[in-house]
Design a protein around this ligand. Structure first.
Ligand code: UDX
Length: 440
């Protein structure tokens, strides 16, 4: 099949590369000429496991092509995906400018019937707006070309995006048009094996499903973080509580890990965007507000715990940080808890020695010219002469370190663990002052 993907960010590139991998002829469009030039050489601009391999396959076979020419893109595809960014505005609402601009361009250049697929995370009602924009552009041209707008939200996790696309739990397709639904079923057939994963619904429900999923997950995390705080007050161990509640299949073990707060490009933005939607409709949504407030408080917890041991004034103190990305297997620093911690340390006059297995280039970019932050080549170098070590990301390589070596390198044997990756009894036996989340 012939597929066009507009926008080669995280979602667009993964979508395009995966659809090419199963045999489709895919043309990806982006306005960033530099990026397009690099992608044509199969250079992937983001860190994402498995993505470079399938981009290379696609480019080599000619099934995955890149262009800056939107007219060529619109002419190419029987399916045109819109996968451009919806950056949050100050008030939390999603900025739809890029999505609607692409819709207008589709309308300007459309020659043949097409299915337009909204892949970007957009507020309920956007499919309708995209429909209107395309229709208006066609009317302006005085032509009548049939098209359908389908809402097809993505549920990709960074660090596992290719696997999530190739083996999805579900494929949500929002359309009221049975013929379009059948075409979407055919497009997704290679990923829809063993049992039917396609869930067809009306477009507003598909749009809300995306937010509902992310908000549900964010709520689980915030509730666990709140319970962790309470556990500390009453002398309980949240890790034992977690096992105790996770065993109930209605609750389940996933997404109930307490920590230093959720980050990334989706949860914080989507919770705020849904909150904004609720406000716009004059609908009181106290849970959404609370989920965000708890997370904001949680992002301060590492600084609080650090100060509880080292004192309020961090002047002359060096703090080691392991893991800066918002979660393992990504180099993404967006809304990462480490950033709140770094800001707190700097405000108190301290300096940071940081290490992350893959995010170092991104850290360099974000903190360019920041003298209070030193990047270290390995985890142990970060500990050298530091007054405390803080774990912000639960990378596998941090789980079983050489504690004897760490104690020797650290000026003070203090560990603040924002992801509960160690056992308090073990760490105390090793001679550390150890502080975790929700553990005695
Ligand atoms: C998320 C959704 O999982 C995905 O379906 C959606 O399409 C986009 O948003 P992602 O942002 O890549 O994906 O990250 P995810 O793995 O879900 O983690 C989000 C944050 O929650 C991370 O900061 C993580 O550390 C935190 N988290 C997750 C917890 O603190 N505790 C948990 O139990 C699980």
């Amino acid at each position: 099949m012939k597929v066009t993907v507009v926008g080669t960010g995280y979602v667009g590139l993964v979508t395009g590369a995966c659809l090419a991998q199963v045999g489709n002829q895919v043309l990806c469009v982006d306005i960033d000429a530099d990026k397009v030039a690099r992608l044509r050489q199969a250079e992937v601009p983001i860190y994402e496991p498995d993505l470079p391999g399938i981009v290379q396959d696609g480019v080599k076979s000619g099934r995955l092509q890149f262009t800056t020419d939107i007219a060529a893109g619109v002419a190419h595809g029987d399916f045109v995906f819109i996968a451009v960014g919806t950056p949050p505005e100050e008030d939390g609402s999603a900025d739809l400018r890029h999505v609607l601009a692409v819709a207008g361009e589709i309308g300007q250049h459309l020659q043949n019937p097409v299915i337009v697929i909204n892949k970007s995370t957009v507020p309920v009602g956007t499919a309708r707006k995209v429909q209107d924009h395309i229709a208006a552009a066609l009317t302006k041209r005085g032509v009548d070309i049939p098209f359908v707008v389908v809402s097809n939200p993505e549920f990709l996790k960074e660090g596992a995006a290719v696997a999530d696309f190739m083996k999805p739990d579900r494929i949500v397709v929002g359309t009221d048009d049975p013929a379009a639904a059948e075409k979407m079923r055919a497009l997704y057939a290679p990923f829809n094996r063993n049992h039917d994963r396609l869930i067809i619904m009306d477009p507003p429900s598909a749009e809300l499903t995306k937010y509902a999923a992310n908000v549900m997950l964010a709520t689980k995390i915030s509730l666990m973080n709140e319970l962790a705080g309470l556990a500390e007050c009453v002398g309980a161990d949240i890790e034992q509580v977690r096992r105790g509640i996770g065993a109930d299949p209605r609750i389940g073990y996933s997404f109930i890990y307490p920590g230093c707060g959720y980050g990334g490009s989706c949860f914080p933005k989507d919770v705020r965007a849904l909150e904004y939607s609720a406000r716009q409709h004059d609908f009181d949504a106290p849970l959404l507000t609370a989920v965000e407030a708890v997370n904001n408080r949680q992002k301060q917890i590492l600084e609080k715990k650090l100060v509880a041991v080292l004192g309020e004034d961090l002047k002359g103190k060096k703090i080691a940080i392991w893991g800066l990305a918002f979660k393992p297997n990504t180099d993404d620093l967006r809304e990462a808890p480490s950033r709140a911690l770094i800001a707190g340390i700097m405000k108190r006059g301290g300096t940071v020695q940081a290490y992350d297995p893959v995010a170092m280039d991104e850290v360099r970019r974000v903190y360019a010219g920041e003298p209070a932050l030193t990047l270290c080549a390995d985890p142990y170098a970060a500990c050298e002469g530091a007054d405390a070590l803080v774990i912000c990301t639960e990378w596998q390589e941090f789980r079983s370190p050489d504690f004897v070596k760490m104690r020797r390198l650290l000026r003070q044997a203090v560990i603040v663990d924002g992801r509960n990756i160690y056992e308090p009894t073990v760490l105390r036996a090793e001679g550390f002052i150890y502080s975790a989340i929700g553990r005695p």
